[in-house]
Design a protein around this ligand. Structure first.
Ligand code: SF4
Length: 379
């Protein structure tokens, strides 16, 4: 563990957070933060953003929910939602950060989930996840597990600068290889790529090459966001120290007043277009393919996630889309999909094309239009 680390143990009141709508990036319907704060201390981490209310100096203070396993045991007794993946990781603290070596809370959580045979998606930057490969394999045999790692590049030297607290990308890729060898679906989250540092065509293509060599199931990308306040200030200090020549370009890219801290639209569009080219060249889906997990989703969640992903896959091609709007409207309705199928035309945003897509999902279990967008090289 980090010598400067300050750990606060707490008795949390709850652990499982149910999402209002299936998350189409990870295909999960609920998730949990076992740790708040993260020893990995990646320089770009948006866990520093004030809205997450992570106390103290980010990277030097973590809060441990020491009763996480007992809470989960209790909450799963009442958990009616047996369909849909539970997310382990992401959020404001890696579930496999160094503290986990001693606390073993994530391992206890996995044991409980295994007893309930619930499907999960693990996202981490730590090779400590290999410690739990025994449970993960057993759970995958009973239901479905996805193991994903996040990267800002596959360059070990750059990673040392940007992600000083984690294993180098080469070690993360080796871990993914072990999970693939064990028959587990695996993905790479390029989350985030760092403008002018890790987003060069050569660096991004290296990611696709590695992912393709390992036969990973998908690559999902998101660009760096810099929200005003703690996160942006910290990142700018990093730039001043290591890349002062880039500051003017960052000022242009990240204009003040953007609520989400997103880079400007031209950058995002041209980068998206480049990713599409690589996705086709390396036959690598740019979303977590829904068919990997569709047996574990309710028909309604499958419809919502498919429409959301179609929205993304159209927009990255520069096409207009209201599929995301329709997905949102469906998510707000109480009825299940078999009730809704008889009144689809009354749902806001559903026109003849969307209606055909939804009925195809309900009748055949997938959408040929979605598949054409996701795997455009095979058409
Ligand atoms: S591993 Fe994830 S949560 Fe932890 S500091 Fe890095 S980006 Fe943030």
């Amino acid at each position: 563990m980090n010598g400067n680390l300050n750990i606060t143990e707490i008795e949390a009141k709850s652990i499982l957070r149910k999402m209002n709508k299936i998350d189409s990036w990870f295909l999960c319907v609920s998730g949990m933060n076992i740790y708040r704060g993260c020893e990995h201390a990646c320089v770009y981490c948006d866990g520093r953003t004030e809205k997450y209310q992570v106390a103290g100096e980010f990277g030097e203070e973590i809060t441990v929910k020491r009763n996480a396993a007992e809470l989960l045991q209790e909450e799963l007794q009442k958990y009616s939602n047996k369909s849909g993946l539970i997310m382990i990781g992401g959020g404001v603290g890696d579930s496999y950060q160094p503290a986990e070596k001693d606390y073993k809370l994530t391992r206890q959580i996995l044991e409980i989930i295994k007893a309930h045979k619930l499907p999960i998606h693990i996202l981490t930057k730590s090779t400590l996840v290999l410690r739990d490969i025994d449970i993960i394999k057993e759970l995958n045999a009973a239901t479905k597990v996805i193991v994903s790692m996040s990267f800002s590049s596959v360059d070990d030297e750059l990673s040392e600068l940007l992600e000083p607290g984690v294993a180098p990308p080469s070690a993360r890729l080796a871990a993914l290889q072990e999970f693939k060898n064990a028959g587990i679906s695996c993905g790479m989250y390029l989350m985030p790529t760092i403008p002018y540092i890790t987003d060069t065509p050569q660096k991004i293509e290296e990611c696709f090459q590695k992912a393709s060599q390992l036969d990973l199931d998908f690559i999902v990308y998101t660009g760096l966001t810099l929200k005003e306040g703690r996160q942006k200030q910290f990142f700018y200090k990093f730039l001043e120290r290591h890349y002062p020549e880039l500051i003017d370009q960052y000022d242009d890219l990240y204009q003040e007043g953007n609520k989400w801290g997103s880079p400007n639209q031209d950058y995002s569009e041209s980068f998206g277009h480049f990713l599409l080219t690589l996705s086709q060249k390396y036959k690598m889906p740019l979303r977590l393919p829904i068919d990997l997990v569709s047996p574990y989703l309710t028909p309604k969640d499958q419809v919502i996630a498919t429409l959301d992903q179609i929205d993304y896959l159209r927009k990255i091609r520069g096409q207009k889309s209201s599929f995301g709007y329709t997905a949102y409207n469906i998510s707000k309705l109480k009825e299940d999909m078999y009730q809704l199928r008889y009144c689809l035309e009354s749902i806001k945003g559903v026109g003849p094309v969307t209606e055909r897509i939804i009925l195809e999902i309900l009748n055949k279990g997938n959408s040929s239009y979605y598949d054409k967008l996701l795997r455009s090289w095979s058409n």
